[in-house]
Design a protein around this ligand. Structure first.
Ligand SMILES: Cc1cc2nc3c(=O)[nH]c(=O)nc-3n(C[C@H](O)[C@H](O)[C@H](O)COP(=O)(O)O)c2cc1C
Length: 323
């Protein structure tokens, strides 16, 4: 079980926020395959706080996907609080504050991971949001801005203050901002955070590509839960397998071709409902690459599916390669 404020999950993992990926289609699929909670990709607070923008269907959670969290990005406490209220107003069950994003544009605007240099801003934003919404509020961090002692000091300042404030959960990606996605995630820091702050719910993130291994990393580091990101792209079975592990069942083998076909079609059908036909085909390609990893003729299947220029071609290629 995983407790995030007043929300209790029956298994201690969830689908992480992934910009450009964790739209309704990926979230719903994650739910169908066993994730007890999912998150939107990061949403700019300024947009969410704007009533015209938030009214667009793109932002709204669907009735059949709860509980679902919205993640916001910004540098001003008031705007972040307004965004959080608006997102809760349209139905989100949790709010996650992003102080982790390493994208150059985000750093230039002094948002996301940049704020790990300014512990006090993070604390002010967190307090303001927490006071303004009644749902659980989580905070997403990396382990610092870079690898300097000053960054490390700032990280521990942020963590200790948020823990002292009784934050509902910290999601920590075990890399610093400068690292982006290079090197490997440092789960020792996550273990240290949990050791120093045993009362706070700590969720680990980083390099979780296999269910059995992910469950082991969680056990070794003693964190309360784990967030699945890249490992779940074109691989909803990692979520199914994690659920099996936490329910004490044995892990099923790799998905059969029939199971792969079913997931691909189910996923694409939802994407088709969200985007115009041209965009849907292009957008789905990044997931196809993941799905094809399970196919015995990976390269040929990938080539055939990626070459599809429209829906009919895609469905025909799926029939050829998946039977
Ligand atoms: C394409 C991509 C988009 C991401 N978007 C977000 C995001 O919107 N918000 C966030 O907090 N983290 C985001 N992340 C980070 C992931 O949630 C996760 O913390 C990170 O990828 C480490 O986990 P992994 O190594 O298992 O993928 C993103 C990662 C990737 C690869």
């Amino acid at each position: 079980m995983l407790k995030l404020g007043q929300l209790s999950l029956d298994v201690p993992f969830f689908q992480a926020a992934m910009s450009g990926y964790s739209d309704y289609a990926m979230r719903k699929l994650a739910k169908v395959y066993g994730a007890p909670l999912t998150f939107t990709g990061v949403i700019l607070a300024k947009s969410a706080a704007n009533s015209k923008v938030i009214g667009r269907t793109l932002f709204k959670p669907y009735d059949d996907e709860h509980p679902v969290g919205a993640q916001i990005l910004g540098d001003r406490p008031q705007v972040m609080a307004e965004a959080a209220k608006a997102l809760v107003g349209i139905g989100y069950d949790l709010i996650d504050l992003n102080f982790a994003c390493p994208a150059p544009k985000v750093l230039r605007h002094q948002r996301g991971g940049f704020l790990l240099k300014e512990p006090q801003t993070i604390i002010e934003i967190y307090r303001r949001v927490r006071d303004d919404v009644s749902c659980p509020v989580l905070v997403k961090l990396r382990t610092g801005f870079d690898n300097t002692p000053e960054s490390s000091d700032n990280f521990w300042k942020v963590v200790s203050q948020l823990c002292a404030d009784g934050v509902d959960g910290l999601i920590i990606h075990g890399r610093n901002v400068k690292q982006k996605f290079t090197g490997s995630a440092d789960w020792n820091i996550l273990a240290e955070v949990k050791h120093r702050f045993p009362q706070t719910t700590i969720i680990g993130s980083g390099d979780l590509f296999d269910a059995t291994r992910a469950a082991e990393v969680m056990k070794t580091s003693k964190v309360d839960g784990i967030a699945l990101a890249r490992g779940a792209v074109g691989n909803p079975w990692i979520l199914r397998n994690l659920r099996f592990i936490f329910e004490g069942k044995s892990v099923p083998g790799p998905p059969s071709l029939g199971e792969q076909k079913q997931a691909i079609l189910q996923h694409f059908k939802m994407i088709e409902q969200l985007y115009l036909p041209k965009k849907a085909i292009k957008y789905f390609r990044k997931f196809i690459i993941g799905y094809c990893n399970f196919h015995p003729s990976r390269k040929k299947t990938q080539k055939a599916l990626l070459a599809a220029a429209d829906k009919n071609q895609l469905l025909a290629a799926i029939d050829v390669w998946y039977g």
